[in-house]
Design a protein around this ligand. Sequence first.
Ligand code: NDP
Length: 308
Amino acid sequence: MALLYKSDPARGAEWAKILAQKAPDLSFRIWPEIGDPKDIRYFAAWMPPDDLMTQFPNLELLISVGAGVDHLDLSKLPLGLPIARMVESGIVDGMVEYVSMAVLGLHRDLIDYAAQQRDDVWKQIRVRPAATRRVGVLGLGMLGEACCRMLNNFGFQVAGWSRSRREIEGVTCFVGAGELPDFLGRTDILVCLLPLTDETRGMLGADLFAQLPKGAKLVNTGRGGHLDQDALLAALDSGQISAAWLDVTTPEPLTKGHPLWSHPRVLVTPHIASMTQPETAVDVVLENLRRHHAGEPLIGLVDRKRGY
Ligand code: NDP
């Protein structure tokens, strides 16, 4: 019985070291050194091959090495194959850091000061207390909830939006399409931490921007596919959106010369908000193998109907 890994080879080598200590009996293989394909029972991958089940006829469990599963074509994977996404504390910690940085950066006018510095301008912008700023987080899952809690600690007025009703201390929770307009209407800084699904694709567009207060700011750490980039550029030009902090784009990498690169009100980072950390990820993978054998519910089991 073997676990096959197909993603960044450098991090694969770290998995190998950790697994050699924590699970010496588990045969761990890094793509493309597969060995006998019939041995492969578990596959941890970012991009598995299309002919997955033909190549690995004894595969029992597919593990996404990332928190999202939008890179997988769920419709092509056999219904009997459970898919677990990565639910581990390293991803959460990284995202909480990044979202805090982005929200604080927008709140404290970092984009304005970066522009001023380029022009040798010393001009103070009045400091607004965090308590006067309303932050709204789209998605209250593993990442959204943790970010809300941290933003709460800074004193922001924090709200969140999800599909099913959530209760988080100190966070005003909105649910579903019916409550989206109220959520947006009270949001000065909008953070997207949704999974990319048929329902959420393209939702950061002209219609949504129009429901935000004029001059609202945007942080997108979900997926590039959530954002209509042309609509964002138009909203920045009209002043409806006053600044955007983007970790994800379409395409990735963002093409050379794309207007988002040089827009004075946009900050772009190359999809680094958070990364799976081998030390903590391996613990969750081993726990999931144990649960799989014991017939217990998997951590991060993907619901194919919902798409996340
Ligand atoms: P979860 O599945 O834990 O949470 C998703 C949240 O979104 C849930 O609260 C869910 O609602 C809500 N949601 C999903 N669909 C809808 C909808 N149609 N309407 C309203 N709410 C909806 O995901 P995570 O928090 O772990 O991750 C979120 C995303 O972050 C990932 O899918 C990935 O795209 C992105 N990500 C980005 C990274 C980066 O480096 N930029 C790194 C890691 C992840 P409910 O609670 O009701 O289910």
